[in-house]
Design a protein around this ligand. Structure first.
Ligand code: G3I
Length: 444
């Protein structure tokens, strides 16, 4: 199918035949039914998502590469430029030249920039490979602090820890010099990253997690533990380096992580070329669109010739032509999906709020989730900024002060007390356009 042009803003959400309250109770979000957008980024943006690519600083001088990059993508990830060996080649000497080139490229495009990766057993500088114990732990945490501080406020999501779980069925940690510093190295890294850059979403990222399996379950248990203890984690990256098939539980696996209260992202997608390549790309895209908290997809390179793999796994061939896989992704994106929530910046104390929207022409129903930080909450208020022409008509499980502009929603008597990490929901209905900015939660 030839995609149509005219990628301008144009989102129409259609509420199903069910009443608004039934829709909320069922947790179903609206599905888009408007004209197609003609690029991957614009199509993903229709449901509030991004579509990104891993890029290499050394390729930015290639005009075909940059033409596709700037036309098609609204997120970038440095393929190698923000890794430990690139950013701290000798201990305490930080080099950000190529990382900054990726950041600047993303900024110039108005794209989200994913940070990859603060700690990993691979691509460590030689000096770190030779370290162990407390010296390595301190060096690793210092690395997290320094790099996250350098990029403070500029990174949408950091892969704080990459590939720390073992393959092979046990569901346990991978042996590495970092793991040998103590099992708590991962949470120490997340806490250091949060302290250095409170605005970035903090992700754990791994591969061979493309369904419900022993490895993904090991990671699931870690994320559940982190959430229960208030360790700051906001997202899980599913690399999705795929072969000729895809696990039938791919979407269910994303959903079970989302149900823990983290975003999920497809972070390094590439698929072996063969009979199923286009279908597998489409399946992955549809799975993300079906999971409300799946906030975006990144492919690991642009053209087949840019890939770390030799089996032509990307969306553009070596000459920069769109492949069948490209069209299948674009069509899947244009078919619509759930709207991801907009979430207030994470914080270690206090509370956060996120809103999910069911919108239709002329009105909307919003469901707001309130989550306590690392300490218990006794009373909360959520401020929701409504755009011009929007007005609240009724609310449930909260009381609202005002109906237009910035509306404060206060807890009712039965849902003001939240345990550390605990959540509750309230909702409201309105006329006009729904909120598009992140709600702000405060205690009291
Ligand atoms: O830059 C040097 C160059 O100067 C030198 O001439 C050349 C000779 O081999 O090597 C170049 O560095 C290579 C670098 O890619 C840039 O091309 C490294 O050797 C090579 O090891 C490195 O590979 C990267 C790989 O991570 C390292 O493990 C791939 O580009 C990169 O795509 C890949 O990305 C990883 C993710 O970070 C994590 N998940 C898996 C994914 C694929 O392996």
């Amino acid at each position: 199918m030839t995609p149509r042009s005219n990628p301008g803003p144009r989102r129409v959400l259609v509420l199903s035949a069910a009443t608004a309250s039934m829709v909320i109770a069922a947790g179903i979000a609206a599905v888009g039914t408007a004209e197609a957008a003609s690029t991957l980024g614009a199509s993903a943006a229709q449901t509030g998502r991004y579509f990104g690519a891993a890029i290499a600083a050394g390729r930015l001088g290639d005009s075909t590469y940059t033409r596709i990059l700037t036309t098609e993508f609204n997120s970038v990830t440095p393929e190698n430029e923000m890794k430990w060996d690139a950013t701290e080649p000798s201990q305490g000497n930080f080099t950000y030249g190529n990382g900054d080139r990726i950041l600047n490229q993303g900024n110039a495009m108005g794209a989200k920039v994913r940070g990859h990766a603060l700690l990993w057993h691979a691509q460590q500088p030689g000096w770190a490979q030779g370290m162990s114990g407390t010296a390595l732990r301190n060096a690793a945490i210092n690395h997290v602090t320094q790099v996250a501080t350098h990029y403070r406020g500029k990174i949408y999501a950091w892969d704080v820890v990459n590939e720390a779980f073992a393959d092979g069925g046990g569901g346990g940690r991978r042996d590495s010099n970092l793991q040998r510093t103590g099992n708590d190295w991962i949470e120490a890294a997340f806490r250091a990253a949060r302290a250095a850059d409170p605005a970035a979403k903090l992700c754990y990222n791994d591969y061979n997690t493309d369904g419900v399996n022993a490895k993904s379950t090991g990671i699931y248990n870690m994320v559940r533990d982190f959430k229960s203890r208030g360790v700051p984690i906001d997202c899980v990256g599913f690399q999705s380096h795929l072969g000729t098939g895809i696990d039938s539980t791919y979407q269910a696996n994303l959903q079970r992580f989302a149900d823990l209260g983290v975003d999920v992202q497809i972070t390094e997608l590439d698929v072996q070329q063969g009979g199923n390549q286009a279908n597998i790309y489409s399946t992955v895209t549809k799975a993300c669109l079906a999971v409300t908290r799946c906030t975006g997809i990144t492919v690991w390179g642009i053209r087949d010739t840019d890939s770390w793999r030799s089996d032509n796994p990307l969306l553009f061939d070596g000459s920069g032509n769109k492949k069948a896989a490209y069209t299948s992704v674009l069509n899947a994106l244009n078919a619509g999906g759930t709207m991801p929530p907009t979430t207030s910046p994470p914080s270690s104390g206090g509370c956060t709020a996120s809103v999910s929207l069911n919108a239709w022409t002329g009105g909307y129903v919003a469901t707001v989730r309130v989550t306590a930080g690392s300490t218990a909450v006794n009373g909360w208020t959520v401020a929701v900024s409504l755009p011009s022409g929007s007005a609240v008509t009724n609310a449930w499980s909260a009381t609202n002060a005002g109906t237009t502009g910035t509306v404060n929603f206060r807890n009712v008597d039965y849902n003001g007390q939240l345990a550390a990490g605990g959540t509750t929901e309230f909702g409201f209905q309105g006329t006009g356009p729904g909120p598009s900015a992140a709600p702000v939660c405060r205690v009291g």
